[in-house]
Design a protein around this ligand. Structure first.
Ligand code: SF4
Ligand code: SF4
Length: 61
């Protein structure tokens, strides 16, 4: 799953239009991810200038 570190995220919105499945959105100035849409493509964590997004490739225990 995709994990957003809200304490790091600047809510700049720069990653939102990069998502090929429109799985990222800003709401009330916080970034959210629709995990049902996210394909873990890696585009948003690669882009984020403050590395606020990480991909957890294994299922959370
Ligand atoms: S690019 Fe990074 S800082 Fe900007 S909204 Fe996305 S996760 Fe937050
Ligand atoms: S990893 Fe890819 S599919 Fe998932 S939210 Fe980021 S850009 Fe969208």
């Amino acid at each position: 799953m995709l994990i957003i570190a809200q304490e790091l995220c600047l809510d700049c919105g720069g990653c939102v239009p990069l998502c090929p499945v429109e799985g990222l959105f800003l709401s009330f100035e916080d970034l959210f991810c629709d995990q049902a849409l996210c394909t873990l493509c890696g585009a948003c964590p690669e882009f984020c200038p403050v590395r606020a997004i990480t991909l957890e490739l294994k299922d959370a225990v």
